[in-house]
Design a protein around this ligand. Sequence first.
Ligand code: ZN
Ligand code: CU
Length: 490
Amino acid sequence: MAATQFDLVIEGGTVIDGTKAPRFDADVGVAAGRIVALAEPGALAGHGARRRLAAHGRIVAPGFIDSHTHDDLAVLRHRGMDFKVSQGVTTVVTGNCGISPAPLEAGTPTPAPISLAVSGGEGRFGTFQQYLQAMERTPAALNVAPLVGHTTLRARCMADLGRAADAAEVQAMQQHVRQALAAGAIGVSTGTWYPPAAAASTEEIIEVCRPLSELGGVFATHMRDEGDGVFDALDETFRIGRELGVPVVVSHHKVNGAPNWGRSVQTLARIGAAMQHQCVALDCYPYTAGSTMLHDDPARLAGRIVIAHSVAQPQMAGRELAGIAAEWGCDTMEAVRRLQPAAAIYFTMDEGDVQRILAFEHTMIGSDGIPLGERPHPRLWGTFPRVLGHYSRRLNLFPLETAVWKMTGLTAGNFGLEGRGRVAEGCAADLVLFDAERVIDTATYEEPQRAAAGIDAVVVNGEPVWAGGRETGARPGQVLRRRLEAARSS
Ligand code: ZN
Ligand code: CU
């Protein structure tokens, strides 16, 4: 090979390429944000490079793609994104669970959970295009692949969220979906489990999402029910995908509530059966507690609940709801009222189900982290290293190559992120260097804001963004717009 000038050479590492293929030793050469050479160990030593990273004894993998995030505004307000790049994440899928910061007008009422995502008057964008342009004006350290949220569209287009949309409202929402997809959104998400979208009918969702059939994109859903009604919710999800002819993503799959523990055997069988006939994807976070808005429905307040964040009573973050009520000498519902708006952590899942879902062949890894407050759920900082270190290395739930694939190649394929999620010549140089023997999460429920151990360097579009346990300050993140011409015709 003639002497090439590289921007970056990663020398002496072991590549896990994101396809599930066995690891191999190679040097990696990067130029203009892309991987341009994968060569025999030592082969790139004689070539010029602006930067070199020594990777001896380290794994070189594609940067992780977080398939499920609520980082929509964090990428604008907290552009270093330390809680994600410290884990090796180089791309976040935003706009999940029906919630996106666009399109929203200044005066649009935003009930919870939208309010948690778009606090105050700032952080709203009248059109999806304006939101994408804002991210491109002030890029983050990592890439963003945005979904547009159906609950946000309801807030924008409907005065009464307590009923299904009428024909004019469906039309208006459909128009917004068309515009968002034309701007580059990678799909639509729903969150019919949440009050502002619970009254939406299946037909409403199908009609609002119609433009997906024509323009391409995925349908991602926080389903109507992840507890007693999980099978009906799965059937509804599959029906929407079939009627639209688009891939569906079952977000943060779980079975909630002790009476349902163990039923992941059946839900996964149901998902596997549907996959015979249509495109179905799913993701999972590696914890037995979930986190979301603090509910004011007594039926949703069973079991152990820890306050993650309270706007009204910030000092209560980290405390159990029952203890707060006791201290205040009031009942739980009164305590909830005084804490709102707030987010909480709910211990509702069984470890056996979590492991079974993580180990299911088609499951992607997504954090569902909520970047708010002092005591967030530890998944915000710990998801990816926990899967690598705890579930793959310690529990041997699957080989490291499979773990990496679940956070890279599988995810890029499911969301249509071309040229991402693999270490191969021509692919974007989104890379993570980590120590397979040491990588582990350190974030806990008590101390959730702690960077993982064993992540040595993280590179986004050819630029190091994390090295030596800290941010480099680089902001090379891109908006990964869906390319319309690549959509249906291919
Ligand atoms: Zn959700
Ligand atoms: Cu979510």
